[in-house]
Design a protein around this ligand. Structure first.
Ligand SMILES: N[C@@H](CCC(=O)N[C@@H](CS)C(=O)NCC(=O)O)C(=O)O
Length: 220
C-alpha cells in the first residue's frame, strides 16, 4: 500500500490553523511532505493557496493512496480525516461520552474565541507583552482556562492531556497554548503543567524551530 501525504501550511510563526493538523499528523507517525505558503504577501499568498484548493485557505492535506487522491481543507476536517485513517493513533477518546465532550471542545475552539484570536494573535516563536484585554477577550481567556481545567481534572491522570492521551481537542487548542506562552497569560498550576507538556511535544518543538528560522530570515 502506498500512501502519500502532503500538508500545505502557512508561515509557521503565524499560521495557527495550520499548527492544528500538523500536530495531529505528527501524532499518527505517518510520513508526509510539507509545503509552506508565505502568509501576508497578497496577492501572492492567495494565488499560491488557490493552486492547491479553491477555498483559498491553509491548512490543506493532499492524500494520494493507491492511485486515488483527494484534498482535505479546513483544520478540523483534516484532523477528523486523520483520526479516521489512523485509528491506532487514538486521536479521539474511545469512550463515547468522553469522545462527545472532546468533539465539543474541538468544535468550540474551531468556531469561537474571536476576540482572543484577534488580540492574542499567534506569534509562535516570539514573546510579547500582554496587551490590555477587552472584556470579551478576558471572558474568552477565562473560558479556555476553565474548560482546560475541567477536562484536566477529570482525565489528565490517564495521559497528561485534556482527555487523557493526545486527542484532536489538544491539537485544536495547540495554538492557544502557544499564544498563552507568547503573551505570558496567567494560568493555574494544572494548566501550566499541561501547557508545558504540549510545548514539549516534538511536533511543537519542531514547529517552534521552523518559526524561529522564519523570523531570522525576515519571513515572519
Ligand atoms: N476555518 C479554517 C481557517 C483557515 C484560515 O483562516 N487560514 C488562514 C491562515 S492561518 C489563511 O489561509 N489565510 C489566507 C490568507 O492569509 O490569504 C480552518 O480551520 O482551517
Amino acid at each position: 500500500m502506498s500512501v502519500r501525504y502532503t500538508l500545505i501550511v502557512g508561515t509557521k510563526d503565524w499560521s495557527s490553523w495550520s499548527l492544528r493538523p500538523y500536530v495531529a499528523l505528527r501524532a499518527t507517525g505517518a510520513e508526509f511532505e510539507e509545503v509552506v505558503v508565505p502568509l501576508r504577501r497578497e496577492p501572492l499568498t492567495g494565488d499560491e493557496i488557490r493552486k492547491h484548493s479553491k477555498a483559498g485557505r491553509v491548512p490543506i492535506l493532499k492524500i494520494e493512496d493507491n492511485g486515488r487522491g483527494t484534498i482535505v481543507w479546513d483544520s478540523l476536517a483534516i484532523c477528523e480525516t486523520l483520526a479516521e485513517r489512523h485509528p491506532e493513533a487514538k486521536l479521539w477518546p474511545a469512550e463515547p461520552f468522553v469522545r462527545a465532550e472532546a468533539r465539543s471542545y474541538a468544535a468550540e475552539m474551531h468556531a469561537g474565541f474571536p476576540d482572543l484570536r484577534d488580540q492574542l494573535s499567534m506569534d509562535f516563536a516570539r514573546r510579547k507583552p500582554l496587551p490590555v484585554l477587552r472584556d470579551d477577550t478576558k471572558a474568552q481567556v477565562a473560558r479556555v482556562i476553565d474548560a482546560w481545567s475541567s477536562a484536566l481534572a477529570r482525565f489528565a491522570q490517564d495521559g497528561g492531556f485534556l482527555f487523557g492521551g493526545l486527542s484532536v481537542a489538544d491539537c485544536m487548542y495547540a495554538p492557544v497554548v502557544s499564544r498563552f506562552v507568547t503573551y505570558d497569560v496567567a494560568v493555574p498550576k494544572s494548566v501550566e503543567t499541561y501547557m508545558a507538556r504540549m510545548m514539549a511535544l516534538p511536533a511543537m518543538r519542531d514547529w517552534g524551530k521552523a518559526a524561529q528560522k522564519e523570523i531570522d530570515a525576515g519571513l515572519a
